[in-house]
Design a protein around this ligand. Structure first.
Ligand code: HEC
Ligand code: HEC
Ligand code: HEC
Ligand code: HEC
Ligand code: HEC
Ligand code: HEC
Length: 488
């Protein structure tokens, strides 16, 4: 995070208030975006936050300052503004050292501050890494059995960026910093690319920065009502099984302690073409929730992680190993743990486990019941990047890119991610996320097999009708000439 917001909350817990006097608050670090200094080090921000050096974190990211010590190890009574010598010589209080050469003879220092934020600042928090998973296919449609990150030299960037645009060419804001996401309005895909009748609330600026206006020849207009622009243009092209992605915000990429393994949790599955809130289908990332919860009536709440950890350590008898991936969980084990949790008295209501789209609970006779539940439904959010070059759009290869009996767009497998052993490797079909009728969609897709025949039949019929008409016209001409000749 750039700081601010939750970093500056006032606590009501007396212990936390004491700690906050020592650590300070995590204010917005304006430099996390506005610094053009190549020595700016955003990863250092994470290091300082882990040491609870919140007050010092922003300074530590600057090229000319370094921070040592740890507020986390200071006693509650430590006052950083009026520090007193500490009894324990091993305790190092947080402090800043400045690099002397950075200051001129008047003690002034150069801040390389820019309004036009460089892309690399945004990338620190908004990067994606594609990950191949078991059963996915490479660009030649060969099935891959590996878990692997897509190598950097095979990864592409958004066409807009490669043509010289910046993140802030589209994601703009004024002093309020309400950064434009671009789903709607003049800085959306439509805003730049599609001429619209003028709307009072938007100043349409079609063609901004030279945006080309697409012809979309032959694509029936129904598609622009039912699909977002990003459907055909954004993210990795769908394969017969979904891939996974790692993101900087979910996997702390770029932080020193980040787990670089391609299978590190959380498992983000993509691209999933799903119906959006406003009714259009668009590409999304997806997470299957997995948690131990308590159920009261139909309502399920996650159990606090500390309680889960304590319980797990009581069962496992030791500190749990820290894997990057899921541990394996058998249904017998789930049943045992649910019985343990219900008898422990540590939670209110009935103990449940949620994962892979299912809810696990014990019925009154102590048998494990596995059922669907809204709390187990996957969480999806729309993506927009990267925008592929136009020649890699869906639909370039013909309507069959989507309307064919095996197209990944409708009938691709969406991985169901879960630690439960019996459910491992299971999948759902893409069409289940699209609020469409699967049978109708399949039949409609198959109709495209016969479409070329239909076209030939129609053309032949036209030709025959044409010939027949022509014959009759000729006959008519003959009749008329005959009549004229007879009269004469
Ligand atoms: C998450 C990134 C980010 C952070 C953090 C951030 N800014 Fe900005 N700021 C931007 C962007 C993006 C713009 C718009 C740049 C453009 O239009 O080219 C901007 C614009 C501005 C502008 C110009 C506004 C205008 O209307 O011309 C000022 C002044 C500014 N920021 C000050 C600050 C200050 C002070 C802080 C710290 C409290 C801060 N910013 C933190 C991203 C950020
Ligand atoms: C230090 C980390 C950090 C930096 C740097 C940063 N962001 Fe963000 N950005 C975030 C976080 C955290 C959120 C999520 C806020 C939330 O969920 O409420 C966010 C949200 C966004 C969103 C909204 C996403 C959505 O799903 O609605 C956009 C767009 C965005 N940032 C673009 C940018 C751009 C462009 C830059 C560079 C100018 C930038 N960010 C720099 C951390 C960062
Ligand atoms: C050509 C314009 C354009 C450029 C350049 C651009 N974006 Fe976006 N971005 C968009 C639009 C439009 C959306 C939202 C589309 C939607 O919601 O349908 C978006 C969405 C996002 C989101 C939220 C959805 C997602 O895909 O995760 C993030 C985060 C984001 N952009 C970050 C960035 C960063 C970082 C850069 C620079 C490296 C960048 N964008 C460059 C237009 C752009
Ligand atoms: C059903 C799939 C589909 C949808 C939905 C779609 N496009 Fe396209 N788009 C294509 C194909 C295929 C091409 C390449 C052939 C062509 O230019 O017609 C293309 C080309 C383009 C181009 C390149 C034009 C050029 O001359 O270089 C742009 C820009 C574009 N689309 C923008 C959009 C925008 C904006 C939307 C949302 C309103 C959108 N597209 C929705 C399939 C789609
Ligand atoms: C701020 C205006 C702006 C926004 C917003 C924008 N684009 Fe573009 N887009 C451009 C410009 C400018 C180009 C031409 C880049 C170049 O010259 O190569 C372009 C090019 C394209 C192309 C053609 C690439 C090629 O192969 O020639 C596609 C496809 C495209 N945009 C799709 C999208 C999609 C999808 C979105 C929404 C996520 C979007 N654009 C949002 C300005 C925009
Ligand atoms: C990106 C995938 C995609 C591509 C490419 C695509 N379509 Fe579609 N098409 C859809 C979706 C999704 C629907 C909506 C289905 C529904 O509502 O039942 C649809 C609907 C239709 C419909 C209306 C069907 C109905 O039941 O209302 C027709 C006709 C159609 N497409 C024809 C075409 C033709 C012709 C092409 C090639 C030029 C094409 N489509 C390319 C995804 C696609």
């Amino acid at each position: 995070m750039p700081g601010g917001g939750p970093g500056e909350l006032d606590s009501e817990n007396p212990d936390e208030i004491m700690r906050q006097l020592v650590s300070g608050k995590l204010e917005v670090n304006c430099m996390s975006c506005h610094s053009a200094d190549p020595a700016h080090d955003q990863a250092e921000y994470g290091v300082q936050v882990a040491r609870q050096n919140l007050r010092w974190a922003a300074a530590a990211t600057c090229g000319f300052a370094s921070v040592s010590g740890s507020a986390a190890r200071m006693p509650d009574t430590y006052d950083p503004l009026m520090p007193e010598p500490l009894d324990d010589p091993k305790l190092i209080p947080p402090s800043i050292t400045y690099r002397k050469e950075a200051f001129d003879h008047r003690g002034q220092v150069f801040f390389d501050l820019v309004t036009k934020v460089p892309d690399k600042r945004c990338y620190f928090c908004h990067s994606n890494q594609d990950v191949y998973v078991f059963g996915a296919a490479d660009c030649n449609n060969n099935t891959l059995d590996l878990w692997d990150g897509v190598p950097k030299w095979l990864s592409d960037e958004d066409v807009h960026l490669s043509s010289g645009m910046d993140c802030v060419s589209c994601h703009r804001n004024d002093l309020e910093h309400n950064i434009e996401r671009g789903t709607w309005g003049p800085l959306s895909c439509e805003g730049c690319h599609i001429p619209q009748p003028p709307r009072a609330e938007w100043t349409w600026k079609v063609g901004t920065l030279g945006a080309p206006i697409p012809k979309h020849a032959g694509i029936p207009p129904v598609h622009f009502d039912k699909l977002t622009c990003t459907t055909c243009h954004s993210g990795i092209r769908p394969k017969h099984r979904t891939m996974r992605a790692k993101t900087s915000r979910a996997h702390a990429l770029g932080i020193h302690s980040a787990n670089k393994s391609p299978i590190a949790l959380p498992h983000i599955i993509y691209p999933v073409f799903a119906e959006q809130e406003y009714g259009k289908i668009g590409p999304c990332k997806l997470i299957w929730p997995a948690f131990w919860g308590s159920m009261q009536g139909e309502n399920v709440e996650p159990i606090a992680i500390e309680i889960v950890r304590q319980g797990a350590e009581m069962i496992a008898g030791k500190t749990l190993p820290r894997f990057g991936d899921w541990p394996s969980l058998s249904t017998e084990r789930i049943a045992q743990d649910l019985a343990f949790a219900s008898n422990s008295g540590a939670i209110e209501g009935r103990a449940v486990y949620v994962s892979g789209g299912k809810l696990y609970r014990l019925d009154d006779s102590g048998q494990l019941v596995i059922e669907d539940h809204p709390a187990a439904e996957p969480y999806l959010w729309p993506i927009a990047h990267y925008v592929r070059p136009a020649v890699q759009s869906l639909g370039v290869g013909g309507c069959g890119d989507c309307h064919s009996a095996n197209s990944p767009f409708f009938f691709g497998d969406v991985e169901v991610d879960t630690p439960v052993t019996v459910e491992k490797g299971s999948a759902k079909k893409m069409v289940e996320f699209q609020n469409l009728n699967p049978t109708y969609t399949k039949l409609f897709a198959m109709s495209f097999v016969f479409r070329p025949f239909l076209k030939i039949v129609a053309l032949c019929s036209c030709a025959i009708i044409g010939i027949v008409l022509l014959l009759y016209v000729l006959k008519a001409v003959l009749c008329i000439t005959k009549a004229v000749v007879e009269k004469d």
